[in-house]
Design a protein. Sequence first.
Length: 211
Amino acid sequence: MKNVRKVIWVAGVVCVMLLGGLVSTHAFAGTNLVVNGGFELPDIPFGSYEILASIPGWTTDYGFSVEIRDNYGYGIYGTPYEGEQFLELDGYESSNILQNIDTIVGNFYRVSFAYAGRDGGETYTGNNEIDAYWDSQLLEELRTTTVHEWELKEYIVQASDTTSTLKFNDVGESTSYGGYLDAVSVELVPEPATLLLLGMGGLMLRRRRPS
Ligand SMILES: [Ca+2]
Ligand SMILES: [Ca+2]
Ligand SMILES: [Ca+2]
């Protein structure tokens, strides 16, 4: 019985140490590192839209403005992917948004976001075209001919610097009609070895408990 207690105690200590290691990486897996990734700020009135030169958390390096919509549009056309608001690139003119994110060199991150085509946007060539980048790495050339059908996109990327840049470039014609984005997220992916050890620690505790 003494040995069993010792094994449980050691397994517990190992788990705490591993968890401590994860904490020290300044971000738990599952924590969204993107500020205002759901475009809920600034909070604009329900059923309206605003064209803004800047929004919290994001900057732009071309284009005058982006557009935030809060359930603005007929029927499903105004529905966000999550929350109450979403973003349209190309508010008055073709634009981009980017955000610098603190990352750990060599660590892996899960990048995800929702993308949809704009109602009315399909009438102009290339209106919904957005190129998504992680630093200089092209994640995807986002293209759609559908109207307001949210697609959840996911990628696993690796950080090569202590700051990584997530960027969305509108690459369609400057028409005031652009693609939609919502629910932008970057989460730390635990290292496989750490996950394995955590799993083994948990397994050891479960197996020893009955005796
Ligand atoms: Ca949202
Ligand atoms: Ca609102
Ligand atoms: Ca456009």
